[in-house]
Design a binder for this molecule. Structure first.
Ligand code: BGC
Length: 269
Protein backbone atom coordinates (compact mmCIF):
# COMPACT_ATOMS: atom_id res chain seq x y z
CA UNK A 1 0.00 0.00 0.00
CA UNK A 2 1.26 3.50 -0.80
CA UNK A 3 2.61 5.47 2.16
CA UNK A 4 0.20 7.97 3.69
CA UNK A 5 2.16 11.22 3.65
CA UNK A 6 1.34 14.79 4.61
CA UNK A 7 3.59 17.77 5.25
CA UNK A 8 3.55 19.56 8.59
CA UNK A 9 4.80 23.09 9.29
CA UNK A 10 5.18 24.41 12.82
CA UNK A 11 5.37 28.20 13.11
CA UNK A 12 7.08 29.18 16.37
CA UNK A 13 8.40 32.31 18.00
CA UNK A 14 12.03 31.42 17.27
CA UNK A 15 11.90 28.98 14.36
CA UNK A 16 9.62 27.77 11.56
CA UNK A 17 10.05 24.04 11.02
CA UNK A 18 8.70 21.58 8.51
CA UNK A 19 8.95 17.94 7.49
CA UNK A 20 7.00 15.31 5.60
CA UNK A 21 5.27 12.86 7.96
CA UNK A 22 4.35 9.21 7.58
CA UNK A 23 0.76 9.10 8.84
CA UNK A 24 0.83 5.39 9.58
CA UNK A 25 3.68 5.67 12.08
CA UNK A 26 3.68 9.39 13.01
CA UNK A 27 7.38 9.50 12.11
CA UNK A 28 9.14 12.16 10.07
CA UNK A 29 10.12 10.79 6.67
CA UNK A 30 13.03 13.23 6.36
CA UNK A 31 14.86 15.32 8.94
CA UNK A 32 12.91 18.43 9.77
CA UNK A 33 14.21 21.68 8.29
CA UNK A 34 14.21 24.80 10.47
CA UNK A 35 14.42 28.44 9.39
CA UNK A 36 14.69 31.19 12.03
CA UNK A 37 11.45 33.13 12.45
CA UNK A 38 11.85 36.44 10.59
CA UNK A 39 11.79 39.61 12.68
CA UNK A 40 9.34 41.26 12.60
CA UNK A 41 7.25 38.10 12.10
CA UNK A 42 4.65 39.72 9.85
CA UNK A 43 2.20 37.62 7.78
CA UNK A 44 4.12 38.21 4.51
CA UNK A 45 7.49 37.35 6.07
CA UNK A 46 6.20 34.17 7.77
CA UNK A 47 4.34 32.94 4.68
CA UNK A 48 7.52 33.51 2.60
CA UNK A 49 9.37 31.17 4.99
CA UNK A 50 6.60 28.56 4.70
CA UNK A 51 6.99 28.75 0.89
CA UNK A 52 10.76 28.31 1.31
CA UNK A 53 10.22 25.19 3.43
CA UNK A 54 7.92 23.64 0.83
CA UNK A 55 10.48 24.42 -1.92
CA UNK A 56 13.26 22.91 0.18
CA UNK A 57 11.50 19.53 0.23
CA UNK A 58 10.33 19.76 -3.41
CA UNK A 59 6.95 18.45 -2.32
CA UNK A 60 4.57 16.86 -4.85
CA UNK A 61 1.50 19.02 -5.46
CA UNK A 62 -0.92 16.38 -4.11
CA UNK A 63 0.72 16.08 -0.66
CA UNK A 64 -1.62 17.71 1.90
CA UNK A 65 -0.09 20.55 3.94
CA UNK A 66 -0.91 21.47 7.54
CA UNK A 67 0.35 24.54 9.38
CA UNK A 68 0.40 24.86 13.16
CA UNK A 69 0.45 28.41 14.48
CA UNK A 70 1.00 30.02 17.92
CA UNK A 71 -2.36 31.73 18.36
CA UNK A 72 -6.06 30.92 18.49
CA UNK A 73 -7.55 30.26 15.05
CA UNK A 74 -11.25 30.39 14.23
CA UNK A 75 -12.31 29.25 10.74
CA UNK A 76 -8.78 29.84 9.44
CA UNK A 77 -8.52 33.36 10.93
CA UNK A 78 -5.95 34.32 13.58
CA UNK A 79 -7.99 36.04 16.27
CA UNK A 80 -5.27 37.03 18.73
CA UNK A 81 -1.48 36.78 18.96
CA UNK A 82 0.99 36.97 21.84
CA UNK A 83 4.41 36.22 20.35
CA UNK A 84 4.42 37.16 16.66
CA UNK A 85 3.74 40.51 15.00
CA UNK A 86 0.39 42.06 15.99
CA UNK A 87 -0.48 42.54 12.30
CA UNK A 88 -1.52 38.85 12.33
CA UNK A 89 -4.76 39.66 14.14
CA UNK A 90 -7.67 39.23 11.70
CA UNK A 91 -5.53 37.55 9.01
CA UNK A 92 -6.96 34.45 7.35
CA UNK A 93 -3.92 32.18 7.67
CA UNK A 94 -5.27 29.50 5.35
CA UNK A 95 -5.90 32.10 2.65
CA UNK A 96 -2.50 33.78 3.19
CA UNK A 97 -0.76 30.39 2.76
CA UNK A 98 -2.81 29.69 -0.37
CA UNK A 99 -1.83 33.02 -1.89
CA UNK A 100 1.82 32.76 -0.88
CA UNK A 101 2.43 29.12 -1.85
CA UNK A 102 -0.33 28.22 -4.32
CA UNK A 103 -1.42 25.38 -2.02
CA UNK A 104 -4.43 24.65 0.14
CA UNK A 105 -3.40 24.27 3.75
CA UNK A 106 -5.11 23.12 6.90
CA UNK A 107 -4.34 25.52 9.75
CA UNK A 108 -4.50 24.87 13.48
CA UNK A 109 -3.31 26.25 16.79
CA UNK A 110 0.12 24.78 17.62
CA UNK A 111 -0.83 23.34 21.01
CA UNK A 112 -3.93 21.74 19.47
CA UNK A 113 -1.68 20.22 16.79
CA UNK A 114 0.53 18.79 19.54
CA UNK A 115 -2.61 17.45 21.21
CA UNK A 116 -3.75 15.71 18.01
CA UNK A 117 -0.30 14.17 17.56
CA UNK A 118 -0.09 12.89 21.14
CA UNK A 119 -3.60 11.39 20.80
CA UNK A 120 -2.80 9.77 17.45
CA UNK A 121 0.69 8.44 18.24
CA UNK A 122 1.90 9.48 21.66
CA UNK A 123 1.35 9.82 25.38
CA UNK A 124 -2.41 10.49 25.12
CA UNK A 125 -3.16 7.57 22.77
CA UNK A 126 -6.28 5.65 23.83
CA UNK A 127 -6.51 7.59 27.11
CA UNK A 128 -10.14 7.30 28.23
CA UNK A 129 -10.12 10.37 30.48
CA UNK A 130 -9.15 14.04 30.47
CA UNK A 131 -5.70 15.03 29.24
CA UNK A 132 -3.98 18.43 29.15
CA UNK A 133 -1.14 18.53 26.61
CA UNK A 134 1.00 21.54 27.54
CA UNK A 135 3.81 22.89 25.37
CA UNK A 136 6.60 24.88 26.99
CA UNK A 137 8.45 27.09 24.52
CA UNK A 138 8.35 30.79 23.68
CA UNK A 139 4.86 30.68 25.16
CA UNK A 140 2.77 28.06 26.96
CA UNK A 141 0.31 26.19 24.77
CA UNK A 142 -2.52 24.02 26.07
CA UNK A 143 -4.61 21.37 24.33
CA UNK A 144 -7.51 19.87 26.27
CA UNK A 145 -8.63 16.42 25.26
CA UNK A 146 -11.41 14.46 26.82
CA UNK A 147 -12.20 10.90 25.72
CA UNK A 148 -10.13 11.53 22.57
CA UNK A 149 -11.98 14.76 21.61
CA UNK A 150 -10.24 18.13 21.58
CA UNK A 151 -11.52 21.45 22.95
CA UNK A 152 -9.78 23.83 20.53
CA UNK A 153 -8.01 27.14 21.26
CA UNK A 154 -7.76 26.76 25.04
CA UNK A 155 -5.53 29.76 25.79
CA UNK A 156 -4.62 28.68 29.32
CA UNK A 157 -1.00 29.76 29.01
CA UNK A 158 -2.42 33.22 29.70
CA UNK A 159 -4.04 32.66 33.06
CA UNK A 160 -2.91 35.25 35.60
CA UNK A 161 -0.51 34.23 38.34
CA UNK A 162 0.43 36.94 40.84
CA UNK A 163 -1.19 39.45 38.51
CA UNK A 164 1.03 38.39 35.58
CA UNK A 165 0.48 36.55 32.33
CA UNK A 166 1.59 33.02 33.36
CA UNK A 167 3.57 32.27 30.18
CA UNK A 168 5.75 35.38 30.60
CA UNK A 169 6.86 33.92 33.92
CA UNK A 170 6.79 30.14 33.47
CA UNK A 171 7.41 29.35 29.75
CA UNK A 172 10.77 27.86 28.72
CA UNK A 173 11.62 31.29 27.27
CA UNK A 174 11.35 32.81 30.78
CA UNK A 175 13.86 30.23 32.06
CA UNK A 176 16.25 31.20 29.29
CA UNK A 177 15.67 34.96 29.49
CA UNK A 178 16.19 35.09 33.24
CA UNK A 179 18.92 32.44 33.36
CA UNK A 180 16.91 30.32 35.84
CA UNK A 181 18.23 26.96 37.05
CA UNK A 182 15.96 23.95 36.50
CA UNK A 183 15.22 23.96 40.25
CA UNK A 184 14.09 27.61 40.22
CA UNK A 185 12.10 27.19 37.05
CA UNK A 186 10.46 24.02 38.41
CA UNK A 187 9.11 26.06 41.36
CA UNK A 188 7.29 28.27 38.85
CA UNK A 189 6.03 25.23 36.94
CA UNK A 190 4.81 23.74 40.21
CA UNK A 191 2.74 26.85 40.80
CA UNK A 192 1.46 27.00 37.24
CA UNK A 193 0.53 23.32 36.92
CA UNK A 194 -1.11 23.37 40.38
CA UNK A 195 -3.29 26.22 39.20
CA UNK A 196 -4.18 24.30 36.01
CA UNK A 197 -5.05 21.29 38.15
CA UNK A 198 -7.21 23.41 40.46
CA UNK A 199 -9.16 24.75 37.46
CA UNK A 200 -9.39 21.67 35.22
CA UNK A 201 -8.73 18.50 37.25
CA UNK A 202 -7.11 16.58 34.37
CA UNK A 203 -6.29 12.87 34.73
CA UNK A 204 -3.02 13.30 32.88
CA UNK A 205 -0.68 16.18 31.99
CA UNK A 206 1.58 15.67 28.97
CA UNK A 207 4.50 18.12 28.73
CA UNK A 208 5.87 18.99 25.28
CA UNK A 209 7.95 21.67 23.60
CA UNK A 210 11.68 21.58 22.84
CA UNK A 211 12.63 21.57 26.52
CA UNK A 212 10.70 18.32 27.09
CA UNK A 213 13.85 16.60 25.75
CA UNK A 214 15.31 17.52 29.16
CA UNK A 215 12.23 16.33 31.09
CA UNK A 216 14.36 14.35 33.55
CA UNK A 217 15.78 17.66 34.82
CA UNK A 218 12.45 19.16 35.87
CA UNK A 219 9.51 16.72 35.83
CA UNK A 220 10.86 14.76 38.85
CA UNK A 221 10.91 18.05 40.81
CA UNK A 222 7.15 18.52 40.41
CA UNK A 223 4.65 17.17 42.93
CA UNK A 224 1.18 17.18 41.48
CA UNK A 225 -2.05 15.27 41.94
CA UNK A 226 -2.43 14.17 38.29
CA UNK A 227 0.12 12.01 36.57
CA UNK A 228 2.59 14.12 34.55
CA UNK A 229 4.62 12.65 31.67
CA UNK A 230 6.81 13.96 28.84
CA UNK A 231 5.30 14.18 25.35
CA UNK A 232 6.17 11.10 23.32
CA UNK A 233 6.77 13.20 20.22
CA UNK A 234 8.82 15.86 22.06
CA UNK A 235 8.95 18.92 19.83
CA UNK A 236 7.91 17.28 16.55
CA UNK A 237 4.30 17.12 17.82
CA UNK A 238 3.32 20.42 16.13
CA UNK A 239 4.56 19.19 12.74
CA UNK A 240 2.99 15.74 13.14
CA UNK A 241 -0.36 17.05 14.42
CA UNK A 242 -0.66 19.56 11.57
CA UNK A 243 0.11 16.78 9.10
CA UNK A 244 -2.48 14.44 10.69
CA UNK A 245 -5.17 17.09 10.38
CA UNK A 246 -4.17 18.02 6.81
CA UNK A 247 -4.48 14.36 5.84
CA UNK A 248 -7.91 14.07 7.48
CA UNK A 249 -9.11 17.23 5.70
CA UNK A 250 -7.83 15.99 2.33
CA UNK A 251 -9.51 12.59 2.88
CA UNK A 252 -12.88 14.15 3.75
CA UNK A 253 -12.66 16.56 0.80
CA UNK A 254 -11.99 13.61 -1.48
CA UNK A 255 -14.88 11.58 0.02
CA UNK A 256 -17.24 14.55 -0.46
CA UNK A 257 -16.15 14.86 -4.11
CA UNK A 258 -16.62 11.14 -4.87
CA UNK A 259 -20.22 10.18 -5.76
CA UNK A 260 -21.48 7.33 -3.56
CA UNK A 261 -21.88 3.97 -5.30
CA UNK A 262 -25.48 2.78 -5.31
CA UNK A 263 -25.63 -0.89 -6.14
CA UNK A 264 -29.27 -1.26 -5.14
CA UNK A 265 -31.37 1.56 -6.62
CA UNK A 266 -34.49 0.21 -4.91
CA UNK A 267 -33.14 1.07 -1.46
CA UNK A 268 -31.26 4.23 -2.42
CA UNK A 269 -32.80 7.34 -0.89
C1 BGC B 1 -0.42 31.42 22.36
C2 BGC B 1 -1.05 30.06 22.13
C3 BGC B 1 0.03 29.06 21.75
C4 BGC B 1 1.14 29.06 22.78
C5 BGC B 1 2.29 28.14 22.38
C6 BGC B 1 0.69 31.30 23.39
O1 BGC B 1 1.29 32.54 23.56
O2 BGC B 1 -1.37 32.37 22.80
O3 BGC B 1 -2.01 30.12 21.11
O4 BGC B 1 -0.54 27.79 21.64
O5 BGC B 1 1.66 30.36 22.96
O6 BGC B 1 2.89 28.58 21.21
Amino acid sequence: MAEKIAFGVDVGGSGIKGAPVNLDSGELIEDRFKIPTPQPATPDAVVAVIAELLDHFGLAQDVPVGVSFPGPILSGVVTWIANLDQSWVGVNLAEAVRQGTGRQATVINDADAAGYAEVAFGAAKDHPGTVAVMTLGTGIGVALITAGKLWPNAELGHIQINGRDAEKWAAASAKEREGLSYAKWARRLQRYFSEIDRLLWPDLIVVGGGISRKHDKFLPLLHLRPKIVPAALRNTAGIVGAAVLAWQDAASAQAAATPALRSDPATAD
